[in-house]
Design a binder for this molecule. Structure first.
Ligand SMILES: O=C(O)CCC(=O)C(=O)O
Ligand SMILES: [Fe+2]
Length: 813
């Protein structure tokens, strides 16, 4: 039995303990509330400051874009980085009702934590917390400004938007900080995690939505520029490159990005459908225009009805490649040929057009090159290679074979045409280097004529790869542009006068062989060059308006020509693969000087990656005060063989005059939301020139006068235009005449990734100046080698490539 006195003592002791502990706990709570109050007060102040700064940022951003574009329409504005909140604004506001928008991560927290209207709080919050929370709300410009954004963006992106820049306003930046305040006010027992940093969470979430932490880490880690670039020592396949490229490339290619959370989706076209759906609706409305004679497509691709198109039995693992196929070939089957011209009463018009050449199926028809009659896959080559390109080929050839077995033979032109265009080795003077990123030796040459097998064997490539096999780039041994891209102006017929050649034996070879060697033509494509040429289809355009200054009527689109089918889907895949490789080289700092440029990604519409080859073009007055135009003193990479072969094809096929064969290129890599602002291409380049379109079909906008109308938005001025010309995959838009010289053009923010290659010839003076610089370089350092040659070994790479030790007249950065 227990003694009651003892028990009473024990009870008193416990009660005392309980009282003391309770008091300590209350003290702790009081201390926490005090701390929370102080914290909320700081949050409150910072929140106000952030909102204020964001407003200023947005207004200044719009003003800078507007001012810079007005001052220099030809150059992408260099505004600076866009803060995550600005991206968030652009991602979430346009055209999407607020209720349907994915809440910002921090906003979501706040919405959960805040007391719902009409529902009493479970427990009254301390008055100071309440007042802070209420005050914090005042700083959250949520619905009103968001709706302003919606109103602003709910217009078609391409329609005139007066004063849109002025209307631009920042979004709610409620942030995790305000969430904390709300949570503390409305949620009993809420306590922030000790290491909670709202800013950090915001930044992490916004940095690269859709990426896992390791990918974000990769994507955000700055490139040192020191490591060997992907594929530098050996040339990996497409997938290997994808794995190795890391950095932002991973963000762009590897991780699936929800469209509405992509930081690159800065300016989605308001009210847009999914890009794939939208593509179908982009076909230009048509009205009859007289057919124009077409120099290129002299003979229509007859005997090839739409239903004759190969079935694209594609198993390409790369979504890029399958997208390319889906968006080129099948569309050709389903869309009737354009008939003419129509104006749309409101907003931009799809341009009118007239077409010449064969059926609308040119994109797919131009892809001929399947196996010859009766041919079978060569067992030893079947299945070689594992990249997406090979997958594509398998799908392509598979579909082609299926078609043939149904039809019992080849289309007439394919089997009948036997005479191949012959070119001398001089046609590709710079083939001292192997093509990039896709070894023809791994290509499954399922069926091919002798030349195709020979050139796919890889032996010759190995010989060509031997160091020193190339000639000088400036005429010391190779004459005009033998190392690519530095050549003097080619005069008509001049192609055949170049003396030296990098190739052993210098035997004459066919155009087809040369293109295979350059990496442009796939070895299985046995369609003769002449037949390929006939499959190209040309369209011209008309939009008659009163000219603004002289008050006379003009066709604003005069001189523009769209040539479809310049590249087959398989060739597009090759070029895209090469471009990806170049981008990887550029990102890792292995392209010379200012070749590669990747502006900061957080700026809407300014994230376009560009690579300049052949000459350096100064988009805007630079830090040294040099005006826009060709900078002959800045050496960039020469034109790689692949692009040279493409340029040669363009002149051979009459897309461009021989005398205007391009000797410079700008590769534009647009991520979703990127654009090119209104401009007229510099007069430092001769006319005509052209732009090749890849990866996704987007429209280019033309008007007499185009002006920025807010970030990523452009509008035509003075009631004229604009006209939209959809640019199909593998097509080349030629610019000259009024359309190329007077009218302005831009590419509004793209709906999905797109690559274009602008190919231009330098004006004579500029070409000569660049050539002199190359000569000076070569006297000092030896032959200027393109990156495709340097790739043969890291040893070949030296500091000059990054320009650290240049001197004299040559400035290489
Ligand atoms: O991307 C395009 O199609 C157009 C590019 C362009 O206008 C240019 O490079 O000057
Ligand atoms: Fe342009």
């Amino acid at each position: 039995m227990s003694n009651p006195g003892v028990l009473r003592q024990q009870l008193q002791h416990v009660q005392l303990m309980l009282k003391g502990t309770t008091q300590r706990m209350e003290a702790e709570e009081a201390s926490f509330r005090l701390m929370l109050d102080q914290h909320q007060h700081r949050v409150h102040c910072l929140s106000a400051e952030i909102n204020n700064l964001q407003r200023q940022e947005a207004q200044l951003f719009a003003a800078v874009v507007s001012a810079q574009s007005a001052a220099d329409p030809d150059s992408p504005a260099q505004v600076g980085a866009m803060s995550p909140h600005l991206q968030h604004t652009q991602q979430h506001a346009p055209g999407i009702p607020a209720q349907q928008q994915q809440p910002h991560p921090a906003t979501a927290v706040q919405q959960q934590a805040q007391p719902q209207p009409g529902l009493p709080s479970a427990q009254p919050a301390p008055s100071s917390s309440l007042s802070h929370a209420a005050a914090a709300k005042e700083f959250v410009p949520r619905p009103v400004q968001l709706h302003e954004q919606q109103a602003h963006h709910s217009q078609p992106a391409t329609s005139p938007q007066p004063a849109a820049a002025a209307a631009f306003s920042p979004p709610a930046r409620s942030g995790a900080a305000s969430a904390l305040a709300g949570a503390a006010a409305g949620a009993p027992g809420f306590a922030p995690p000790p290491d909670f940093d709202p800013g950090q969470q915001d930044r992490a979430q916004q940095a690269l939505p859709g990426l896992g932490p390791s990918q974000q880490d990769h994507a955000l880690r700055p490139s040192t520029g020191r490591a060997a670039p992907p594929g530098f020592a050996q040339q990996p396949g497409f997938r290997e490159q994808q794995q190795q490229q890391g950095a932002a490339h991973a963000a762009a290619e590897v991780a699936p990005k929800p469209a509405d959370t992509s930081p690159l989706a800065a300016f989605p076209v308001p009210g847009q459908q999914h890009p794939r759906q939208q593509q179908a609706s982009l076909q230009p409305p048509v009205m009859p225009l007289p057919e124009q004679p077409c120099a290129v497509a002299a003979a229509p691709a007859e005997g090839r009805a739409a239903s004759d198109q190969p079935e694209w039995d594609v198993h390409a693992s790369s979504c890029l490649l399958s997208d390319m196929l889906q968006s080129s070939a099948p569309r050709a089957e389903t869309q009737p040929p354009p008939q003419g011209h129509q104006r749309q009463p409101n907003g931009p018009r799809q341009s009118s057009l007239s077409s010449s050449g064969g059926s609308e199926a040119a994109d797919a028809a131009a892809a001929e090159g399947g196996p010859g009659p009766g041919s079978q896959p060569r067992g030893k080559e079947k299945g070689r290679g594992s990249g997406a390109y090979e997958d594509l080929l398998r799908g392509y050839v598979g579909g082609k074979r299926a078609q043939q077995s149904r039809q019992g033979g080849l289309p007439a032109e394919e089997g009948q045409e036997t005479a191949m265009a012959v070119c001398g080795p001089q046609d590709f003077p710079s083939l001292g280097g192997a093509s990039i990123g896709h070894s023809s030796s791994t290509t499954p040459a399922i069926t091919a004529p002798a030349w195709a097998n020979k050139w796919a064997s890889g032996n010759l490539k190995a010989k060509l790869s031997a160091p020193g096999s190339g000639g000088s780039s400036t005429g010391t041994g190779g004459g005009d542009g033998s190392s690519g891209g530095w050549g003097a102006a080619a005069q008509p017929g001049e192609h055949h006068q170049q003396a030296s050649i990098d190739l052993p034996g210098s035997a004459k070879r066919s155009v087809e062989e040369a293109e295979v060697e350059a990496g442009l033509r796939v070895p299985v494509d046995v369609t003769p060059d002449a037949a390929r040429r006939r499959q190209v289809q040309k369209q011209v355009f008309e939009q008659v308006e009163v000219q603004l200054k002289q008050r006379r009527k003009v066709n604003v689109l005069e001189g523009l020509e769209l040539h479809r089918g310049v590249l087959t889907p398989a060739e597009q895949a090759r070029v895209v693969e090469a471009v990806e490789h170049w981008v990887a080289l550029g990102r890792s700092g292995h392209l010379r000087g200012r070749t590669f440029s990747a502006p900061k990604k957080w700026l809407p519409g300014k994230g376009r990656v560009t690579m300049q080859m052949g000459c350096c073009y100064n988009y805007a007055t630079d830090s040294e005060g040099r005006p826009p135009g060709i900078l002959s003193s800045e050496l960039v990479e020469p034109m790689p063989p692949l692009l040279q072969a493409l340029c040669r094809r363009l002149t051979r096929w009459g897309v461009l005059p021989a005398a205007k064969e391009p000797n410079s290129a700008i590769v534009n890599v647009y991520e979703e939301g990127d654009c090119i602002p209104p401009h007229v291409d510099s007069r430092d380049f001769t006319r005509p020139f052209c732009t090749l379109s890849l990866v996704s079909e987007e429209s280019i906008m033309f008007a007499q006068k185009l002006v920025p109308a807010g970030p990523g938005k452009f509008e035509a001025r003075d009631g004229c235009g604009p006209a939209l010309i959809p640019l199909p995959l593998g097509s080349c838009l030629v610019l000259k005449g009024y359309g190329g010289d007077q009218a302005m053009h831009c590419v509004p923010p793209v709906r999905s990734r797109r690559i274009s290659i602008t190919l231009r010839r330098m004006g004579h003076e500029h070409g000569e100046a660049v050539r002199r610089e190359v000569q000076a370089y070569e006297q000092r350092y030896g032959r200027l080698r393109g990156f495709w040659e340097e790739e043969r070994g890291v040893a070949a790479y030296n500091g000059r490539r990054r320009g650290s030790n240049s001197g004299g007249a040559i400035t290489i950065k």
